[in-house]
Design a protein around this ligand. Sequence first.
Ligand code: ADP
Ligand code: MG
Length: 392
Amino acid sequence: MNVHEFQAKQLFAQFGVPVPRGKEITSPEAAAAWASELNTPVFVVKAQIHAGGRGKAGGVKITKEKGAVAGIAKELIGKTLITHQTGPKGRKVHRLLLEEGANIAKELYLSILVDRDTGWPTFIASTEGGMEIEEVAEKTPEKIIKEAIDPAVGFQGHNGRNVAFALGLQAMEPAVINPFVQMLGNLYRLFMEKHAALVEINPLIITKEKTLVALDGKVSFDDNGVFKHDDVQKMRDLNEEDPLEIEATANNLNYVKLDGNIGCMVNGAGLAMATMDVIKLAGSEPANFLDVGGGATKDTVAAGFRILLKDPNVKGIFINIFGGIVRCERIAHGVIEAAKEVKITVPLVVRLQGTNADEGRKLLAESGLKLEVANDLWEAAQKIVKLTGKAA
Ligand code: ADP
Ligand code: MG
């Protein structure tokens, strides 16, 4: 789960990481009021969307005129921002962060995430702040500094000093070394206590006043840990999430929307992955990952159909069920009942295997529904790909 920059900065402040004075606003009137209270030589108005690259896309506006703030807010609210992270459709701006301008002397990059290779929380830092870190990693990998933290020991001062000296802070601005080490300790605490998956500050700046300030903030949480934190749950912004994924969550379905045109309904995450692979192997692309779970009922199957059919890219549906805990004739009944409730407008291929598979296939074949039944995974994949045509 992702949160907005202003929410990330609230968490930073809570954990002792310095941020500019600022507030979330949702109207030009509120912007004008907060601008008066903020009373700063430079105002920065920032679009809040769950995507980076806002600066280059016109989503970060800087002004010295207090009177201009409301007008900028009016222009940004309701605007659709297209950045390199939003995709071509862009994202509509519903809220802004209005904060004080900082005197930037130097922009750095700093983040913490779990390194998949070692399984340890790891700081990533670079002198190339404000840039896209992926690009830095690709073109100048020597400029990426990594420091892994042994979770059994926790963050230690020497971890922070390793990063500080590798960045060359002693040459850049020695006054910030101690606050920097302290900041890393605070970010580590935030990362661990809130079950974050990523905490990123880009840019972390050294100001002309020789202080450190987190000028941007991104925090993603591990979805499996969110239920432990009421404050984090409240930060969820459904405007920023795919409506089909929200509906799926409400129905206890594990659904991830993808870009292909074959809707998949599968039980078990492993089989769902295999199904996506086999669709690709047969020459097309899956429109989604959907795991209806071990105990799929008529209602879950119906909810699954509804969600799949709401995606305009779906040109066919592939149901692939292995009856282990759940029996195949039950699934067949579920499909038949669900098909009565939800009008299926695209070709449907069903592959059933496992307990009572023969009975299930027979029920489907005699149901009068327009569908094709297959025994074998490869045969089924080829069938649905043939019926839907090649992926665009
Ligand atoms: P994004 O990463 O989405 O482009 P950032 O928050 O990183 O958005 O802002 C982009 C750039 O705008 C920063 O690199 C910085 O140069 C400038 N900027 C952002 N916030 C401030 C601020 N409060 N004061 C001064 N400059 C800022
Ligand atoms: Mg940024």
